[in-house]
Design a protein around this ligand. Structure first.
Ligand SMILES: [Zn+2]
Length: 251
């Protein structure tokens, strides 16, 4: 067999089939980075329901934190409605939730009240959180009239997100999980939410760092220090220039 024949055989070898990574049935992450073992042994049952209005793009991210809430809380304590505008016909029951006087929206608007300063007699049945990047959350808010007329609450906090993998737009912005946990901790004056629900997030960050992810500083930090590369888009740059922080929280 000539060298050319050997070469022909070599180039005609079929490519290896793509390696199928087995995903965990529950968290849908590959088994070697599954964080299910870090969930609370007994699911936590808050007094109010967490209602996530999720931008469709958020579902496709592999590093999203909403599943930690749905799996860490009792069944039905965290519900997710998907869309860019709410409610539509497919969002069964959502109109009632958004128009209830017992529902509040976590959103940093001018009329937002510090969640820690809500009148004691306030009965909250539903805590609405917009789940997506900050510009997506803002778009959902602008598209949804009902959200604008609700009671708005905000979180006043002075620590940085522990979610160090996915860049947050500004220092002090929290992931969806951290936002919900912080709100529940304040509303119910109970630290078990922080102690138990954040463990999967820490595990996820550890896994990602072990697998070569780089710790992200916030975009605001990089911009301030002129280290943020050109990939920052024009719209995002404008957004960062105009908005001091996310819609959900206050720094
Ligand atoms: Zn899992």
């Amino acid at each position: 067999m000539s060298n050319e024949d050997v070469w022909d055989d070599f180039v005609n070898l079929p490519a290896d089939p793509p390696e199928m990574r087995q995903l965990c049935f529950s968290c849908e992450r590959p088994h070697n980075v599954c964080w299910c073992n870090y969930l609370p042994e007994t699911r936590l049952k808050p007094n109010c329901k967490i209602v996530l209005l999720q931008h469709p793009a958020e579902e496709k991210r592999s590093l999203r934190t909403a599943p930690m809430l749905t799996l860490g809380l009792t069944e039905g304590s965290c519900v997710i409605y998907k869309g860019k505008k709410f409610p539509t016909k497919k969002h069964v029951g959502l109109w009632d939730i958004l128009s209830s006087k017992h529902s509040v929206l976590l959103y940093l608007s001018e009329k937002a009240i510090d969640i820690a300063h809500l009148p004691k007699e306030t009965e909250i049945h539903n805590l609405i959180i917009l789940d997506g990047t900050w510009p997506q959350a803002k778009a959902i808010y602008n598209n949804t009239q009902l959200l604008q007329s609700m009671t708005h609450v905000k979180l006043m906090h002075n620590y940085e997100s522990q979610y160090i993998i996915r860049s947050q737009p500004t220092d002090g912005c929290l992931s969806t999980l951290e936002t919900a946990v912080e709100a529940l901790t304040i509303l119910e004056n109970d630290n078990s939410y922080k102690n138990m629900l954040l463990k999967p997030l820490h595990a996820l960050c550890d896994f990602q760092l072990q697998h070569g992810a780089v710790t992200h500083q916030s975009k605001e930090f990089k911009k301030r220090n002129q280290t943020y590369p050109k990939l920052i888009g024009r719209r995002l740059r404008q957004y960062l220039d105009n908005d001091s922080c996310s819609e959900l929280v206050n720094t």
